[in-house]
Design a protein around this ligand. Structure first.
Ligand code: HEC
Ligand code: HEC
Length: 247
């Protein structure tokens, strides 16, 4: 009897907390789709992050679409998997809190009114609740399963080996805390590579259309930086891209 009571008491706070979180995720989802957050009443978060927080694959200065690769432009990142990221927020990779980042977007990008703490909390809870897209060949730790195709496994071996990619893109989210200067115009966050086959154009300014271009740039940078005597063949690069497509 006593044991039952203890169990009942232990069980109590858990559903209570779960309930509050479900409520703010629901509230956040509604706000995320609400154009009233913007100054002109026409722009919601979902305009640029459609399909439950994904990316519209466009490059923006404030709320205006610009050409991919415009040095002032920033490409829209996906918010899928935002709850498991290691990097700090924004392409600059220097905003430690999600609420601060979202406040900046509402006030500066959407020209909306100062949001309440409750609004920011609900939006952050929603964003953090978004799962990664399906990755059937990955384990929970984000590495290829035994059942993954051979090119995906070879790509992972290169990624974690001589290609040096994993010194920055660390599983399971394939990003890392702290910006890095890879010679792309200044220090930028090491972006998550989960869902990366669907997030182009690539880099902070959307300069690369394809993963092949991004991989070639990254390898050339790493080889030069570490003075590596290794080389990657075209077949190696294809395997790296096959691995990235499985993330
Ligand atoms: C006009 C298009 C647009 C709208 C509207 C928009 N975003 Fe974004 N979002 C972007 C772009 C572009 C970036 C990258 C900006 C940067 O990092 O400098 C971004 C970045 C983010 C990030 C950082 C992601 C990361 O991994 O660092 C979050 C979180 C985010 N947006 C959430 C939201 C929320 C929540 C709203 C609504 C309140 C919203 N966005 C509205 C285009 C938009
Ligand atoms: C020194 C750290 C570092 C290493 C090593 C590194 N990267 Fe990156 N990677 C970055 C940074 C920083 C960016 C973002 C640069 C920018 O936005 O201007 C990036 C961007 C990318 C992107 C584009 C992602 C997107 O969403 O736009 C891909 C793909 C990528 N890296 C793959 C690789 C591969 C493959 C390797 C190994 C050959 C590698 N990286 C090695 C730091 C690194």
């Amino acid at each position: 009897m006593k044991r039952l009571l203890v169990l009942a008491l232990l069980a109590l706070p858990i559903p209570a907390f779960g309930q509050a979180n479900v409520q703010s995720v629901d509230q956040g989802r509604a706000l995320f789709n609400d154009p009233k957050l913007s100054g002109n009443g026409q722009l919601s978060c979902a305009t640029c992050h459609p399909m439950n927080g994904h990316t519209d694959n466009k490059t923006y200065v404030v709320a205006e679409v610009v050409a991919d690769g415009d040095p002032k432009g920033r490409s829209t990142p996906t918010l899928w998997g935002a709850g498991i990221r290691q990097a700090e927020w924004s392409w600059a990779g220097n905003i430690p809190s999600l609420e601060t980042n979202i406040r900046g977007i509402i006030v500066n990008r959407m020209k909306g009114a100062e949001p309440s703490k409750e609004t920011l909390g609900a939006l952050a809870a929603y964003v953090k609740s978004l799962p990664n897209g399906p990755a059937p060949f990955l384990t929970a730790d984000g590495v290829p399963r035994d059942t993954a195709p051979a090119d995906v496994k070879r790509g992972y071996a290169l990624f974690s080996g001589k290609a040096g990619c994993m010194t920055c893109h660390v599983p399971a989210s394939y990003d890392k805390k702290g910006p890095e200067d890879v010679g792309s115009g200044g220090p930028f966050k090491v972006p998550s590579l989960r869902n990366v086959s669907k997030t182009g154009p690539y880099f902070h300014d959307g300069r690369f259309k394809t993963l092949d271009e991004a991989v070639t740039f990254m390898w050339d940078f790493y080889k030069k930086k570490t003075d590596s005597k290794d080389t990657l063949s075209d077949a190696d690069k294809r395997d790296l891209v096959a691995f990235l497509r499985a993330l």
